[in-house]
Design a protein around this ligand. Structure first.
Ligand SMILES: Cc1cc2nc3c(=O)[nH]c(=O)nc-3n(C[C@H](O)[C@H](O)[C@H](O)COP(=O)(O)O)c2cc1C
Length: 316
């Protein structure tokens, strides 16, 4: 039996790691070799763990998926004004689950998308809010937890808030979500009440008094935690990737709102610090967009024939 002192073995490992001397492996005794392999696996596991703690995710991370039975065929389309199941536990609102809600094709949604700034004094439904948030940043991949909007290196630097007005979101017959500022959690598809009260008037003032912010039943506010992206991509993350990603989210909200026949507009003109204070954002969050959503006073109907005529008249 070869004698193997732990001190000598550790010394050899240190030498191996520091000098990267692969040939040294072959001069090892069996026991040492096994110990080395085990130590290597443990070191690798610790490194992966530390990486996970620092970066919050790693590419091969998978999510537990419940073995759900998916019914064949198309899901039912949600009728106008229908309210899905909502569960409220303390300050957390578990939104109705994402599902097929319209028969509007992507090309129709793109055709009909318009910035709409005039809304009826009507609430939107909790189902509509659920679909808007899911379209904005919800999970669309059960293996890695990827989202509806693309993100550089899947760093997901954005946070989504909803400023709900008094009787702004209907959750049942004559029942409404408490007015307040809510933060969206993508993985549980839920909203957590951050501040109670109707803050639309203050939000509008902080957005250079744009009336549509005050009049919309809800405003989605998108903030960015730049460091999530800049620690990997540096300055390019700050000036390019994060602003691009906010644009993707904005467009998704536009298209989902259009499919739901709701009206919306993205707003970039506001005082950052004031908005951050209203929604109680953390120090490292920068407000990027305010997106009011409401039932439009008018929904303009453009047809593909209109567009075809427009293009053809310019071809000569
Ligand atoms: C980055 C950005 C910032 C914007 N900021 C505002 C804004 O502060 N207020 C507003 O009413 N519309 C704002 N808009 C909406 C534009 O005015 C609108 O997209 C444009 O008039 C074209 O109309 P459409 O969206 O219907 O195609 C913004 C759009 C973008 C892309």
């Amino acid at each position: 039996m070869p004698r193997c002192s732990p001190y000598k073995t550790i010394n050899k490992f240190i030498k191996l790691y520091t000098q990267n001397d692969i040939w040294y492996l072959f001069s090892m005794k069996n026991v040492e070799l096994i110990a080395y392999v085990i130590s290597f696996i443990i070191t690798l596991a610790i490194a992966v763990h530390i990486f996970n703690i620092i970066y919050g995710a790693f590419p091969w991370k998978t999510f537990d998926i419940k073995d759900e039975t998916v019914e064949e065929g198309r899901a039912d389309v949600v009728e106008d004004g229908e309210v899905g199941e909502v569960r409220i536990v303390g300050n957390v609102v578990y939104l109705p689950l994402p599902r097929r809600v319209s028969n509007v094709s992507v090309e129709e949604a793109i055709l009909l998308r318009r910035s709409i700034r005039e809304y009826l004094p009507n609430p939107i439904t909790i189902d509509q809010l659920s679909m808007l948030l899911w379209a904005a940043y919800g999970v669309t991949d059960t293996r890695y937890g990827f989202r509806s909007s693309p993100s550089a290196g899947a760093t997901y630097p954005l946070e989504i808030y909803v400023v709900v007005g008094e009787k702004g979101v209907r959750i049942g017959d004559e029942k409404y979500l408490r007015s307040g500022v809510y933060k969206y959690d993508v993985y549980t598809h839920s909203l957590r009440l951050v501040r109670e009260g109707d803050f639309r008037d203050e939000l509008a003032k902080a957005a250079l008094d744009q009336p549509w912010v005050r009049e919309a039943p809800i405003n989605i506010v998108i903030t960015a935690v730049f460091e999530r992206t800049t620690r990997i991509y540096g300055e390019r993350g700050r000036v390019r990737y994060v602003p691009m990603e906010v644009g993707h989210v904005g467009q998704n909200i536009y298209l989902m709102a259009t499919a739901l026949r709701l009206g919306t507009v993205v707003i970039g003109a506001f005082y950052d610090d004031w908005i951050a204070q209203i929604i109680s954002a953390s120090e490292n969050e920068t407000p990027m967009y305010i997106v009011p959503v409401g039932v439009p006073k008018e929904f303009r109907e453009t047809t593909f024939e209109d567009i075809q005529r427009f293009i053809e008249s310019r071809r000569g």
